[in-house]
Design a binder for this molecule. Sequence first.
Ligand code: SAH
Ligand code: SF4
Length: 407
Amino acid sequence: MTHPMPSSAPVSSDAVNALNESERKRIEAKSALFAPPTPVTEDGRRELVGLSREELAEVLTEIGEKPFRAKQLWHWIYHQGVTDFSRMSTIARPLQAKLEKHFIVGRPSLTTQQTSKDDTRKFLFRFRDGQEAETVYIPDRREDRGAVCISSQVGCTLSCTFCHTGTQKLVRNLGAAEIVGQFMAARDSYGEWPSPKGDTPRLLSTIVLMGMGEPLYNYENVAKAMKIIMDGEGIALSRRRITLSTSGVVPMMDRCGDELGINLAISLHAVRNDLRDQLVPLNRKYPIEELMAACHRYPAASNSRRITFEYIMIRDVNDSDAEARELVRLIRGLPAKVNLIPFNPWPGSDFRPSTRERLASFAQIVMDAGYAAPIRMPRGKDILAACGQLKTQSERKRQAESRRNEA
Ligand code: SAH
Ligand code: SF4
């Protein structure tokens, strides 16, 4: 792969925009090849979860109902968490029956659920076509809140050498219904409906798009899902409570910042291009300089919202003091924090986590430079729920079906 532009040359912002625009088109075209199936049941009923407000109004018009019903349904689906039309008490019985005939308010089905010694809970969800993805709930250790770690794809096209998900080929993108559905099903599991108003405490209080897959390679579906989750009349999670993690899909970072304004996490893991090229092969396309420039352009960053830099600490690979100093140099001028994640081993990987001393010394250098640098001890390790350990058995095997999706 070649770098799209010599990274050392000064580049005008117009040139960056033009370049990004064509790259974005290429990424979006590729993403469409892995589109999810249309969310319809075998008996032809349309899934309502995952539709935008406008689409919801449209499908209601199609069955001869007034578009204003969309507001009412939205409330039942996303605020109350109700899946059964007959429990939607503000809707008259005949209309309930009609809705039931045409539509469904579904959830991904739960294949297995495991709870770790540390209370982390991992869900394996199966979607309508049988494909599976994992979702993890990570409770805060001190307070009654926690993060839901959501998958955006089944498998991943990228193959970062330290990541278990990266050994699973991309099967397909998850649809908006499946992305929102993971959060809603996790809420079902904790009985967290209706959506609390305002800042009422809740267990499932934040979302991190850090599960399986690269969310910026499935931007359309991820964006649609996040807009639904942020909608003030439904789940109403604020954009400040949502963090998207990317391995560095530079052209899509701009779109994400402009359209969603959610928090950004960058999977950095190396401070030199030669090493990052190996660990995160996408770096060969979007090298560190371009990645950092995109971070500076990220709008939330200019509002002092910190960008998180994730840095896996791999023994004798990327964990020297010199690298910590270089990391500090790279992030200077950005509102940033650094999450140091000791490498989580998985079957078949040769890497080892850094020693305690290395972790402490690295963290100290970053902290001395004025940045928070928490060491993220793995959660849910006993159930393979920790960062980079997620993987399912799903394979992209049904060629006929994938060709249909590609059409
Ligand atoms: N594809 C996106 C989103 C997945 S996030 C991304 O890479 O950012 C998953 C996070 O877990 C990433 O920061 C990833 O780098 C990290 N990770 C992957 N494998 C890991 C491992 N074995 N140990 C610790 N963290 C890992
Ligand atoms: Fe994909 Fe992220 Fe894993 Fe890399 S770290 S293989 S981008 S999921």
